[in-house]
Ligand binder design. Structure first.
Ligand code: GLU
Length: 444
């Protein structure tokens, strides 16, 4: 067994039932094989991989709160502080019924490499709860957030661990969480990102993940002699990432014809009208099927069939493992030549392999959705300086960061003889910086 295989087997054995975490580790270790082999003796001696796959700390706590009927509810809360070699832990909070320790460990692990790729000084972390904000009143969400932060505030800080949003955690939740942190700790500091603009938030943070995704997509397309002009694009999801990815695709001349949520997907051959989607999702907090009530020429179908629609480019922006092998085959059969991940690990391992082996372009989420966390790091910088940059300044920095991520990813893949394999490139480039820092800091 090679060193990477040994470490993977150990991860599976020591983290039973944490399938998404196993999957994320497998993808990273497999593509690092060449780098590890070249340094095997040294890495083994320092147990470098064993340390890399073990979170520095996992905090798990009870979150009791009172619903609108006076009933006490109890949820699980977590923060995974995975790796602080290159900066304070940084990564979102996810509130969704599917959240468990394994999901947060997969997300925290991915975050280490993603954050490293941004070139900014941020370590990897992730947190959240199995609380479901769907169908809850504003007051219930506030009481939940306050209880969650009462416990979490003991473990985070502007130079220690800086959470942000993820699925189920947007501007409303960040506001309540920030208010409670300030009240508990008596500190007005940049402890959370994605804050409102009146209390330390950064312009462009809301749009950053989606915009960043399309900036790197555009860069990759140009590198392969394509542009977005006139391309038909599938987007899945209808949250923050999906909405602003779609907005940027339209701005760059492409046409987005689909969006989805957990009930099903809409198809609008004339191009999705984003003002309607924003109204449904951001204002009414409704379901995507309501779109067809306002656009009768569009259709809504229940279930997961979004990838069966013919397209040139697919942008999975919903959640992990939403694009499987059969979906990848359908995309290829219908003419799709490029998949760029907006969500974290939306493509299964076999689907990724199929896409790469069938000559389609593929950019993994840890490179292509890094614009969100990169702009969070820009928010941290602005908070530290007690300054706010203009929209143009932040957007320009974001564009530069995404171009730089593409360049690093392409270069690392090429350096190891895997030109065009952006999965390997992103993992290698992200890993190199983290490992150099870990080596320099000794056995910690
Ligand atoms: N949740 C986002 C991600 O997956 C953003 C994290 C952050 O801004 O800290 O990268």
């Amino acid at each position: 067994m090679s060193y990477t295989e040994e470490v993977y087997a150990r991860v599976v054995e020591q983290n039973p039932g944490e399938y998404e975490f196993h999957q994320a580790v497998k993808e990273v270790l497999e593509s690092l094989e060449v780098v590890i082999e070249a340094n095997e003796e040294e890495y083994r001696k320092m147990a470098l991989l064993e340390r890399l796959v073990e979170p520095e700390r996992v905090i798990s706590f009870r979150v009791p709160w009172i619903d609108d009927n006076g009933q006490v509810q109890v949820n699980k809360g977590y923060r995974v502080q995975f790796n602080s070699a290159i900066g304070p832990y940084k990564g979102g909070l996810r509130f969704h019924p599917s959240v468990n320790q394994g999901i947060l460990k997969f997300l925290g692990f991915e975050q280490i490499f993603k954050n490293s790729l941004t070139g900014l000084p941020i370590g990897g972390g992730k947190g959240g709860s199995n609380f479901d904000p769907k169908g809850k009143s504003d007051n219930e969400v506030m009481r939940f957030c306050q209880s969650f932060m009462t416990e979490l505030s003991k473990y985070i800080g502007a130079d220690q661990d800086v959470p942000a949003g993820d699925i189920g955690v947007g501007a409303r939740e960040i506001g309540y969480l920030f208010g409670q942190y300030k009240r508990n700790r008596g500190l007005y500091e940049g402890v959370l990102t994605g804050k409102g603009l009146t209390f330390g938030g950064s312009l462009v943070r809301t749009e950053a993940t989606g915009y960043g995704l399309v900036y790197i997509l555009d860069e990759m397309l140009r590198h392969h002699n394509h542009t977005l002009e006139g391309k038909t694009v599938l987007v899945s999801g209808s949250g923050n990432v999906a909405i602003y990815a779609a907005e940027k695709v339209f701005q760059l001349g492409g046409k987005v014809v689909s969006m989805s949520d957990s009930n099903g997907y809409i198809y609008d051959p004339d191009g999705i009208q984003l003002d309607i989607v924003k109204d449904i999702k951001e204002i009414r907090r409704g379901r995507i099927k309501e779109y067809v009530e306002e656009v009768p020429t569009a259709t809504f179908k229940e279930g997961k069939g979004v990838w069966t629609i013919p397209c040139d480019i697919a942008l999975p922006c919903a959640t992990q493992n939403e694009l499987g092998l059969e979906d990848a085959k359908a995309l290829k059969a219908n003419g799709c030549f490029c998949v760029c991940e907006g969500a974290n690990m939306p493509t299964t391992l076999d689907a990724t392999e199929y896409i790469q082996q069938n000559g389609m372009l593929f950019m993994p989420g840890k490179a292509s959705n890094a614009g969100g966390v990169a702009t969070s790091a820009l928010e941290m910088s602005q908070n530290s300086m007690r300054l706010s940059w203009s929209r143009e300044e932040v957007d320009e920095r974001l564009q530069r960061i995404m171009k730089d991520i593409f360049a690093k990813t392409a270069e690392a893949a090429k350096r190891y003889g895997m030109e065009g394999n952006y999965v390997a490139g992103a993992n290698i480039a992200g890993f190199e910086k983290v490992v150099a820092a870990m080596k320099a800091q000794g056995i910690v």
